[in-house]
Write a protein that binds this ligand. Structure first.
Ligand SMILES: Nc1ncnc2c1ncn2[C@@H]1O[C@H](COP(=O)(O)OP(=O)(O)OP(=O)(O)O)[C@@H](O)[C@H]1O
Ligand SMILES: [Mg+2]
Length: 381
């Protein structure tokens, strides 16, 4: 795919090819190795680290003899919409005029969907208006059709945890039973709700238990990221010192989405050389813009939840939230009440838990900007 040069080399949504994508070489090789060996993979990480980007990156460099299909099922609400999404991705993934494209079209049309065309892009879209039984059968036909081709297929299903919200019962069990029979189709599953995704694939009572390999996506190495940033500026005839790039990435907790977001701003706010003043100003502006959202957190939460959220934000990482020191430092009340608040904050996806390098569980807030806002703005010099 030939893409036009972006006016800003730090996109904050979507995937625009390897030129705008930092590293992930090991993860890409790992995924390609799994694909070649016929192993499906589940990608797990905290939010906004780069799972979706990585999937697109891998699909863009599949080995010979493989075709890739990507579906994001976040907006689907039942298996009928799942089928529509899958069929649409299939007909969009291969040019209709090629001989393979014709074969795909003929097959999808044999299932009698309504085909419409997107008014803006002209891209074809398939939708079915059929019973649940027929829908299940059609999904099976589609997967078996792909399985019977003389090439192999990798299907990536993003936001996979969404199938648990479908009103049809046991969609996961039923889907797993079909997938199990496929010989030429390999899957990548991913989803932004880490705890649900982990549950789906690691609990013995779940249909997808141990059905895939795991890839835990960590933060990008800070030195590699800083190097990438410096090079991106250079490509556009602008300049940033390695030291400043490192400072900014550190300020963003090396969290991909926030790093991209802040550099997008710093890049557009710089004509030649990034100074400390420029990055501080851009960071403060970003915090000012988000202030309404942060204040709204306070309105949505109980007082104890709000106090705990701020305390975790200021601490960066909390290893033992029920420790006396932590509780008294932030005046957080009883440990039982604190644990209840912690549970709610995790459910609201404001706080996540991870294991540190010593295997100890810790808690952090998701929103890096909120964290910096709690710590106070950077003093402009
Ligand atoms: N390796 C990378 N280099 C540069 N930018 C990246 C990289 N990976 C991801 N991004 C950017 O970071 C942002 C977040 O990435 P992405 O959407 O892939 O994360 P995610 O883990 O799928 O998030 P979610 O958990 O919300 O689904 C996107 O804007 C994407 O363009
Ligand atoms: Mg994603």
């Amino acid at each position: 795919m030939k893409l036009n040069k972006l006016s800003n080399p730090f996109p904050t949504v979507g995937y625009y090819g390897h030129e705008y994508f930092c590293d992930r070489q090991n993860e890409t090789s790992h995924l390609i190795r799994n694909i070649e060996n016929g192993n499906s993979t589940t990608i797990i990480s905290i939010r906004r680290i780069g799972k979706t980007g990585l999937i697109h990156h891998v699909l863009g460099q599949l080995p010979k003899g493989w075709k890739g299909i990507y579906i994001d099922i976040l907006s689907t609400e039942n298996i009928n919409e799942f089928l529509n999404n899958l069929a649409t991705s299939i007909i969009q993934s291969i040019p209709q005029k090629s001989s393979l494209g014709k074969k795909f079209w003929n097959f999808i049309q044999s299932l009698r969907p309504v085909i419409s065309f997107d008014s803006l892009t002209g891209a074809p879209q398939a939708s079915f208006d059929i019973s649940i039984k027929k829908t299940e059968l059609n999904i099976k036909f589609v997967l078996q059709f792909l399985d019977s081709q003389d090439f192999k297929t990798i299907i990536s299903i993003d936001e996979f945890q969404q199938i648990l919200n479908y009103p049809e019962k046991n969609t996961d069990a039923w889907l797993r039973s079909i997938i199990q029979q496929l010989k030429n189709v390999v899957f990548i599953f991913s989803g932004s709700q880490q705890h649900i995704m982990t549950e789906m694939f690691t609990s013995p009572n779940r249909p997808f238990y141990r059905s895939t390999q795991f890839l835990k996506l960590e933060k990008i190495d800070i030195d590699i990221y800083a190097d990438f940033i410096v090079k991106q500026f250079k490509k556009y005839n602008k300049q940033i010192d390695l030291q400043i790039a490192l400072e900014v990435i550190e300020w963003c907790n090396i969290h991909t989405y926030y790093v991209q977001q802040l550099f997008n701003r710093i890049f557009s706010g710089t004509n030649t050389n990034v100074t400390k003043e420029i990055w501080h100003q851009q960071a403060n502006e970003l915090l000012n813009e988000q202030e309404t959202i942060f204040i709204n957190y306070r309105n949505l939460l109980t007082n104890s939840q709000w106090k705990l959220l701020k305390a975790i934000a200021i601490e960066n990482r909390v290893l033992t939230p029920t420790s006396k020191d932590f509780i008294s430092k932030y005046n957080l009340g009883s440990s039982a009440a604190l644990l209840r608040s912690l549970d709610s904050l995790r459910k609201y996806e404001l706080v996540y838990s991870e294991f540190d390098t010593n295997g100890k569980i810790y808690y952090s807030v998701y929103d890096v900007l909120f964290q910096q806002w709690c710590k106070g703005k950077i003093l402009l010099n």
